[in-house]
Design a protein around this ligand. Structure first.
Ligand SMILES: [Zn+2]
Length: 251
């Protein structure tokens, strides 16, 4: 069903003959435009033209790479499923709206037909022609719209069902997109947290170092502490606590 929707969207914009693009383009991987041209069996310029037209509707997106030697860009393309479905959804909504107004018109207005030429006119135009065909001179007959309306309602029904399916698929795609976004956000948040933690740890270490040098400056280093070098973090803390305790005792 997904593939049918994508074919419909692409076919509507760039013609049925280019629907095979659906089989060439991928969702998660960019495809080289020269490969696309080769597979479609058309010129590269024609291929680009088609892809640009699809870009205007968000159906495809691209990235480019510069050829270091030749200095020109090669484009790589992928299909945008969610955007394609949204495009088709709007198209279907419009078709349903049009079909509804056509049905309403058929149900409420009169239409006349020349049975020889098989040409149809609405009431105003038929009246202007005095209900006589200006091609063959035959008199118009009132058109029976029963079959037309029945066919239109069938078409309307199929559009509505298609829209229902499409909404389901669109919902699934959006959920996938949200999940991806969520994963990216979580990753970014995790990286930021780690960055903050690293900064905090670094600052703490710098403070400790600074505190250590200040003490050295204010106090003459005792023979004991200089002998203890290098000092571990934990032992440094303990010793400083002991020192402060000793100070208060002296007082
Ligand atoms: Zn006629």
């Amino acid at each position: 069903m997904q593939e049918k929707f994508l074919r419909d969207a692409i076919g509507y914009i760039v013609g049925k003959q280019n629907e095979p693009l659906v089989d060439i383009l991928q969702k998660d991987k960019y495809i080289n435009e020269f490969l696309i041209a080769k597979k479609l069996n058309i010129e590269i310029n024609q291929t680009r033209n088609i892809l640009y037209r699809l870009t205007e509707h968000g159906i495809v997106s691209s990235t480019r790479k510069k050829d270091a030697k030749k200095g020109w860009y090669t484009y790589f393309w992928k299909i945008e499923i969610t955007k394609s479905f949204e495009f088709l959804k709007n198209l279907l909504i419009k078709r349903i709206h049009d079909m509804n107004s056509q049905i309403k018109s058929r149900e409420t207005k009169l239409f006349y037909i020349c049975e020889t030429c098989n040409v149809e006119h609405n009431e105003e135009n038929a009246l202007l022609n005095n209900f006589i065909c200006n091609e063959c001179g035959n008199v118009y007959v009132l058109k029976d719209n029963t079959k037309v309306i029945r066919d239109m309602k069938k078409e309307l029904d199929s559009h509505e069902r298609e829209l229902e399916y499409l909404n389901l698929e669109l919902g699934k795609e959006k959920a996938k997109d949200d999940h991806k976004k969520d994963l990216v956000m979580k990753k970014v948040a995790k990286e930021k947290l780690e960055e903050r933690q690293a900064k905090y740890a670094k600052r703490k270490l710098e403070k400790q170092k600074l505190a250590g040098t200040l003490k050295k400056d204010s106090k003459k280093p005792s023979k004991k502490s200089s002998a203890k070098k290098p000092v571990k973090k934990s032992s440094q803390k303990k010793s400083s606590k002991k020192q402060s305790k000793a100070k208060t005792k002296k007082k």
